[in-house]
Design a protein around this ligand. Structure first.
Ligand code: CP
Length: 311
């Protein structure tokens, strides 16, 4: 592994095993990051990704620096060939210089949710990769959030019931602002690689995800039908892929309410979450969300450790 941007070519089972081992032995590889630096660049806000990544780097003995673009830095120009009247620094120099100051460059850059082709081509992430002289890690890009999904896979592995097949339901839930499809896309991509999950995706009509990510998961437009017999429910809002970035529904019937989970499946969400919109208080308070958030440290650590070993 020379970079971590998606699950393409990634052995998820081995990474999950490694992350679970590191959770029990966080300091065992403290020497691996000696005299190495991971640079964290945030084009968008973060709480968990930023702090869990720093903690993971600390466990590996790495130095870190963080740059919040537009708050801490010059205004960055993303397009090529124009006259820069409103922006101060081009992405080419910004990434070229930042990659001189670190051994791994980890970047969060969200989609614009206006131009599907541009977003789904991962145009900005590709540009960053191109200008970087060191390996790049995605801290969430236009289409994927692989570090989150790896922590979610680790959590499913820890809490799975003792049976051959495990039913995981990914459910759309209402939200007032247009959100990316990155979390559901990478959740579907990652979970199917565990080998023992039956993934069901449920959402109102018009919220179909890109077929390229869902690996033949069963789609239900009826949430109650989808939830029957679920071992895990993963709730998330996303905006339309077909009518790119649009919101069609705020139907409160899709909120994950206590009465919908009478068979006590384990509830998951990546956080941050809007209480009583995505999920009712009582469901959230009995959920796995803190376990997922804690596991962000060790799944990140497994990825950084692998990349540091290969430098
Ligand atoms: N789940 C997640 O990525 O959280 P942050 O956006 O706070 O980093």
């Amino acid at each position: 592994m020379k970079q971590f941007l998606s699950f393409s070519g990634i052995d998820v089972i081995s990474l999950v095993k490694e992350a679970l081992f590191l959770k029990k032995n966080p300091f065992l590889f403290k020497h691996i990051g000696k005299n190495k630096t991971i640079g964290f660049v945030f084009f968008n806000a973060s709480l968990r990704t930023r702090l869990s990544s720093q903690k993971a780097a600390l466990y590996l003995g790495c130095e870190t620096w963080i740059l919040n673009i537009d708050k801490d830095s010059w205004k960055i120009e993303m397009s090529d060939g124009g006259v820069m009247k409103k922006t101060q620094e081009h992405i080419k120099e910004a990434i070229g210089v930042m990659s001189l100051y670190c051994d791994i460059l980890a970047v969060r850059i969200f989609p614009n949710l206006k131009d599907k082709r541009y977003d789904f081509h991962e145009s900005l992430l590709k540009k960053i990769q191109y200008y970087s002289s060191v390996p790049v890690v995605s801290l969430e890009s236009a289409t994927l959030h692989p570090l989150q999904s790896l922590a979610d896979a680790m959590t499913i592995e820890e809490f799975k019931p003792k049976k051959e097949r495990v039913k995981v339901v990914l459910s759309w839930a209402p939200h007032p602002i247009s959100l990316p499809q990155s979390v559901p896309n990478s959740f579907a991509q990652c979970i199917s690689k565990l080998g023992y999950t039956d993934l069901v995706i449920t959402h109102p009509k018009g919220y179909e995800l890109d077929d390229n990510f869902i690996n033949g998961a069963h789609i239900f437009y009826n949430q109650n039908e989808a939830l029957k017999g679920a071992d895990f429910i993963y709730a998330k809002n996303w905006s339309s892929f077909k009518n790119y970035g649009e919101i069609f529904s705020m139907d409160p019937k899709w909120t994950i309410a206590t009465e919908k989970i009478s068979n006590h499946p384990k509830f998951m969400h990546c956080l941050p979450v809007r209480r009583n919109l995505i999920v009712e208080d009582a469901v959230l308070d009995a959920s796995l969300v803190y376990h997922e958030a804690e596991n962000r440290i060790f799944s990140n650590q497994a990825v950084f450790k692998t990349l540091l070993k290969n430098l």
